[in-house]
Design a protein around this ligand. Sequence first.
Ligand code: PLP
Length: 389
Amino acid sequence: MNTKNQDKNYIMHTYGRYDVALKEGKGCYAYDEDGKKYLDVSSGIGVNSLGYCDEGWVKAVTEQASSIQHMSNYFYSPQTSKLAETLCSLTPFTKVCFGNSGAEANECAIKLARKYSFDKYGKGRSEIISLNNSFHGRTVTTLSATGQDVFHNYFFPFTEGFSYAEANDIESVKAKITDKTCAVLIECVQGEGGVNILNKDFVKEVRNLCDEKDILLIVDEVQTGIGRTGKLFCYENFNIVPDIITVAKGLGGGLPIGACLCTQKLENVMQPSTHGTTFGGNPVVCAGANYVLSVVANEDFLNEVNKKGDYLKEKLLKINGVKSVRNLGLMVGIELEKGDAHQIAVKCVENGLLIITAKSLLRMLPPLNISYKEIDEAVEILEKTIREE
Ligand SMILES: *Cc1c(COP(=O)(O)O)cnc(C)c1O
């Protein structure tokens, strides 16, 4: 049986897949089972930060896999310790907790915020405010944290203690705060919600509001982190420091990892047996992440991400049929004048461009090391596809 039929017969139908089975990749290009070539500006939803099978990354991962592939979290692990030290040395955060995905990183952040509040104020101060149109994951609790009604279905009862405020409306956040509020959870750029960039003033005001009331500010950097927006972390664009950030997608360069980072004030909240996961901090995955950071956490590299983002935006705006473009670095949303974004994305894939959508927008999250020439090629394929519509 071929790949597509095996998938249809044996995998639960939780995804609408494009009609392509990818077999291998190198840099920004992937190849399907028939050898057809695709330029990928989605990076597996912002995961392959350095593209497919980057040489240094492959070396780091395979060397670690052939040295020691896993040990339980009851033992120390050099790659894991090193990754934690690197993350803390590059940021104002002082402690890390590793998991395996974005949703898990957010679960950790939610537990951390609730325990901080419990330890200090006792039971009942456990509510978390997130924003309408946000996305925080697919577990029962992170679905609750996600401020979109479409996600609050079927799986009742959901975790209690979440409410939703309007992005860029500080009065709406104020109105949701009660004496039970322990944290506010935001994405500085809402990814799945349609590449919505929050206003600087709003983010600053949320930070101030949280400071006044000892409410923790959690920034979900799962999609925006690791250089995606031209800074190592997106909150740096907003001149604030969160109490907690969560990281995942781009960190491992293609292997599953999640991380929750906190400032010194929170560093002793979690204690033995308050949290854990079998695979979290796996040495092979951490070797990949260490390599990704060795490339991305570099001022010149990050400046290039910004320049490439501007270059891409400028070219996209010249396409007939593109209404507007919003981006921060290489996190890019494209609003079309007409037509269904998903249909256009399907056509782009047929034409050899792997692109994704976010709500009614086309979305690009290219590898951070994409070249200007590859950007030109991506824009050409998109232009041709829109023209053919
Ligand atoms: C993708 C995403 C998540 C969920 O990450 P998973 O690894 O799929 O669990 C959470 N938050 C944001 C902002 C995301 O983009």
